[in-house]
Design a protein around this ligand. Sequence first.
Ligand SMILES: NC(=O)c1ccc[n+]([C@@H]2O[C@H](COP(=O)([O-])OP(=O)(O)OC[C@H]3O[C@@H](n4cnc5c(N)ncnc54)[C@H](OP(=O)(O)O)[C@@H]3O)[C@@H](O)[C@H]2O)c1
Length: 343
Amino acid sequence: MRYRPFAKTGLYVSEICLGTMTFGGKGFWQAVGDLQLPAVEALVGASLDAGVNFIDTADVYSEGESERLLGQALKSLNRPREQLVIATKVRGRTGPGVNQVGLSRGHIHASIDASLKRLNLDYVDLYQVHGVDKETPLEETVRALDDLVRVGKVRYVGYSNFPAWQTMKALAIADANKQARFVSAQMYYSIAGRDIEREVVPLALDQNLAILPWSPLAGGLLSGKFDANKQGPAGARRSGFDFPPVDHGRLPGVLDALRQVSQETGLSVARIALAWVLTRPFVTSVIIGAKNPDQLADNLAASDVTLTAAQIAHLDAASALPSEYPGWMVDRQNHEPRTANRS
Ligand SMILES: NC(=O)c1ccc[n+]([C@@H]2O[C@H](COP(=O)([O-])OP(=O)(O)OC[C@H]3O[C@@H](n4cnc5c(N)ncnc54)[C@H](OP(=O)(O)O)[C@@H]3O)[C@@H](O)[C@H]2O)c1
């Protein structure tokens, strides 16, 4: 396992992060996975043994069961706390009340306490807002997150699923008030969905944010068992839950390119798709999902893959985003060094 610096913090994380959305199987989340304690212990234990130090969960996954099972597994595996980097999230609905959702001061304070209790931890390393809350002022959210850092319940704060402009606004608020600023962006990114390259990646590079791709196999669509019409085996998550959305025009070419590289290397399609994400220089740690030990082993081994320059170029070309305004105008106006325009 390789480790990468976590943005401009003093922390290092494994380049593969274990996602825990398949733990618990409660309510809506049954469709994603319903692993219970023995299976959870096996996956978490195998990940730690492979050198993973970074684990991602959320208060809403399986209505809190994902955090609870992870907490139980960590307790029984009994690894030193300081060797673990545990991330969780807040924003989703956690109860029927009007205030049991969103990013208000009250919900953030109540939610971190509930998460720490379920996880059986004194602090989390990374606390992420799970998405935009259009009704709470960003000033209130940033201040509430800063409170949590100051009292030691949270080491770092990050975000997920924000547009670039709102991220920049939150960073500016934090900077102006000397409050904890976001250090990471957990965003959907896969070889079939490179949208963040337009606005989020340039922002992250400029503002020193760690990018943590979620659903790197597009929910299993890029694991090799689905065709270009999104037909796959019964029981696979993507067969019943068509998420995240993908561009249908580019998907056949992406799947073809993955299969070609898979045949060339003798490695699974899933491993190639993950290895491609790891070639992106802006990615800090890719958040994998697995339903069983075989999938986990396949995905962890992506860290050992070295794609050739030709293979990377082939995969890049098959998955490239179409040019879009204002990007094409920015490129057009900046394609020559300034010294070339001396008149
Ligand atoms: N911040 C957010 O809004 C957000 C959203 C989504 C996810 N996440 C995070 O990202 C993590 C990963 O997301 P994800 O589970 O959607 O990741 P993913 O890698 O896109 O999909 C994982 C699923 O693909 C299938 N799969 C995985 N490896 C495979 C392999 N080697 N061979 C064949 N099939 C394989 C399994 O489902 P089947 O066996 O059913 O096909 C598995 O559950 C989550 O656990 C969570 O921590 C965050």
